[in-house]
Write a protein that binds this ligand. Structure first.
Ligand SMILES: Cc1cc2nc3c(=O)[nH]c(=O)nc-3n(C[C@H](O)[C@H](O)[C@H](O)COP(=O)(O)O)c2cc1C
Length: 206
């Protein structure tokens, strides 16, 4: 069984990530129907992570001091691959997502990843930044990425109303783009299995 997690990186109240994540989940489940792939939501907001408060960098392989780190570590290490859902905050990934990534090290190694970005320009700057972070952590990223535009793949009834968060109105090609990206993530996650098995679930310095 190959296990994939949809990592939701923005944790702010009234985030749009909720309705974008719902679209990704529904579209992915339809695409993966009939396969033996587990596709689960892994929401950074559920882990209550403060700003990184472990006394040693995770790359040192020391036991974690805090329960919130152990919970996050156990969850991340249980997956074979990830789909990062990232909003774009000031041309980068949300600080909450970077913070959550930095908590861990070996838990990320030799896993596959794909990206769904969203924002005014489809989250392309956030995804570009995330690709560099993944390279450092030995997360193998696939080339295809899904770029959901705030003005092209979402709709609002009243753009002047700050309380109208809007909803998904994804262009037709986006579901196929997500499916193609998922297929590559699954293939890469499965190809990397021998490396994960050789290093154990949480290699200290893979
Ligand atoms: C702090 C902040 C900075 C933002 N900067 C950008 C940006 O640089 N580029 C962009 O396209 N959208 C930007 N936006 C708009 C976000 O893409 C949009 O608000 C989106 O809903 C954020 O995702 P979230 O609601 O799940 O946090 C920014 C939003 C916030 C809150």
């Amino acid at each position: 069984m190959t296990r994939l997690a949809l990592i939701i990186g923005s944790t702010r109240p009234r985030r749009r990530s909720d309705f974008v994540a719902a679209w990704v989940e529904e579209t992915a489940r339809r695409h993966l129907a009939g396969s033996v792939i587990d596709f689960e939501r892994l929401d950074v907001a559920d882990f209550g992570l403060p700003l990184l408060d472990e006394p040693y960098p995770a790359a040192y392989g020391m036991p974690y001091r805090h329960e919130h780190t152990r919970r996050w570590s156990e969850a991340v290490a249980s997956y074979d691959g990830f789909v990062f859902l990232t909003a774009e905050h000031n041309r980068g990934i949300p600080a909450s997502l970077k913070n959550a990534i930095d908590y861990l090290y070996g838990e990320w190694a030799h896993r596959a990843a794909g990206f769904v970005g969203f924002g005014g320009s489809g989250g392309v700057n956030a995804i570009a930044q995330l690709r560099g972070v993944c390279a450092e952590l030995r997360v193998a990223a696939v080339r295809p990425q899904v770029e959901l535009g705030a003005f092209t793949d979402m709709a609002t009834d009243d753009p002047a109303d700050v309380d109208d968060l809007g909803r998904m109105a994804a262009r037709e090609h986006q579901a196929a783009a997500l499916g193609g990206m998922l297929d590559e993530v699954v293939a890469l996650a499965e190809a990397l299995r021998p490396l994960r098995e050789a290093h154990g679930p949480v290699p200290a310095d893979a």
